[in-house]
Design a protein around this ligand. Structure first.
Ligand SMILES: [Zn+2]
Length: 406
């Protein structure tokens, strides 16, 4: 027997909000959606039912570094202490790392997140996500600006990933490069070859995040060059390509619609036009951008240019919580002209599409997984979409499938 949930608002995302709507849930699937009075429904009252949110960019394995690095004015001043803090944990499977990541998944779920795009250098988060029953695309991130044999590096990484792959699991694992200033052209090419070998492969890259990155790509100078030298990772045969980070990765043939471009804070109008033409999704993490001193993403330009936008919180090392509703509130503050409906679509459907999960997540449509949340709406609210991008606390959120059956 399906359960029918009735609510003051239902937000299908694929369509306009339904006032006084209902959703049928049958064995974990959405059976149907509609409007009006109906007998036998579980009346949830003054709530909005919507699809669970999609956090398209996190690093759960950094959750133990919550508040380890204070907000900074320059990106490089956040990166250096972060690297130092990471080095104090010799074992990637340190119980403190695992415990913090587990707690972060629970915290995010309580804040309404039902799907992750998670970046990992160690893959310790894969079993944790499976344990928690949290669907995810995990990106096995490679770093290496001076790698002697990029193909070999990718071959080794494939071996590590093969040990974590489970056929049919909704925690998927795929390769991704870190960023233009930390990955060599040969390593980008080797990862691209891996993407091309599998039509389901979704990847990601940090792109156009900071002013330091712009300087490095334009001239090969600045704080990134200094850091690479210090780390013994500089490659003397590399010459700065000039232009923007987006142009650089396009010239390398790395970007296409299966690569999520994370941040895009420094994107020019030309960059955005190029990303749009390739139907590339930008994953925006505005609270993290502020924390690390990268600046504010040009969100209104993203939407005005017709670029697909998803949202992510980034890691707890650069944001206070993994509540994606907090990200939406920051987006609303930065981009007051963007309709709330677009922001909500970004936080649900666009994220699910970009991660390759749109057949199951992102909208309320018959046949999709019933990954649904109900958000309590206070008296006096008339524009429910605007309310949902104003900052929602976990106490106002209930998971539908956690409710007792009628
Ligand atoms: Zn990141």
């Amino acid at each position: 027997m399906p359960s029918r949930y009735r609510a003051e608002w239902v937000l299908p995302i694929a369509d306009d909000p339904i006032r006084d709507g209902w959703v049928d849930v049958d064995q974990g699937r959405i059976g149907g959606i509609g409007q009006g009075d109906s007998g036998g429904a579980i009346n949830l009252g003054r709530v909005a039912i919507l699809p669970s949110l999609v956090n398209a960019h996190t690093h759960l394995e950094l959750s133990h570094l919550r508040d380890a690095v204070a907000p900074t004015a320059r990106f490089i001043d956040w990166v250096r202490p972060l690297m130092a803090a990471r080095r104090t944990y010799a074992d990637p499977a340190d119980p403190r790392i695992l415990a913090a990541a587990r707690a972060a998944i629970v915290e995010a779920k309580m804040a309404g997140t039902g799907l992750f795009g998670d970046v990992s250098n160690t893959l310790v988060t894969v079993p944790l996500l499976r344990e928690a029953g949290m669907p995810a695309q995990v990106f096995y991130e490679l770093i290496g600006f001076n790698v002697p044999d990029a193909a070999e590096r990718v071959w080794q990484a494939r071996d590590v990933m093969a040990r974590q792959r489970v056929e049919g699991s909704d925690v998927r694992v795929a390769l991704a490069p870190h960023a233009p200033y930390s990955v060599s052209p040969a390593l980008f090419a080797a990862i691209r070859a891996d993407i091309d070998g599998d039509s389901d492969h979704i990847s990601t890259v940090h792109l156009a995040e900071s002013a330091e990155e712009l300087e490095f790509v334009r001239r090969g100078t600045g704080p990134w060059r200094v850091l690479l030298d210090e780390l013994g990772a500089w490659d003397a045969t590399w010459t700065a390509p000039g232009g923007s980070p987006v142009e650089y990765l396009l010239d390398l043939g790395f970007l296409d619609r299966r690569v999520l471009a994370v941040h895009g804070v420094q994107c020019t109008g030309d960059d955005l036009a190029r990303l749009r033409a390739l139907r590339i999704t930008i994953v925006s993490c505005p609270r993290s951008n502020r924390w690390v001193g990268a600046g504010s993403p040009p969100l209104e330009a993203f939407y005005a240019m017709g670029v697909s936008v998803a949202f992510g919180t980034d890691s707890l090392a650069s944001v206070g919580d993994l509540n994606l509703f907090g990200e939406l509130a920051e987006a609303r503050r930065i981009a007051p002209k963007v309709p709330a409906s677009h922001l909500l679509e970004s936080a649900t459907l666009c994220g699910a599409q970009a991660l390759g999960f749109a057949h199951e997540f992102g909208t309320i449509e018959a046949g999709k997984r019933a990954s649904l949340i109900a958000v309590r709406v206070p008296d006096g609210v008339t524009d429910v979409e605007e309310y949902l991008v104003s900052g929602i606390e976990p106490a106002a959120i209930t998971w539908l499938d956690d409710r007792p059956r009628a």
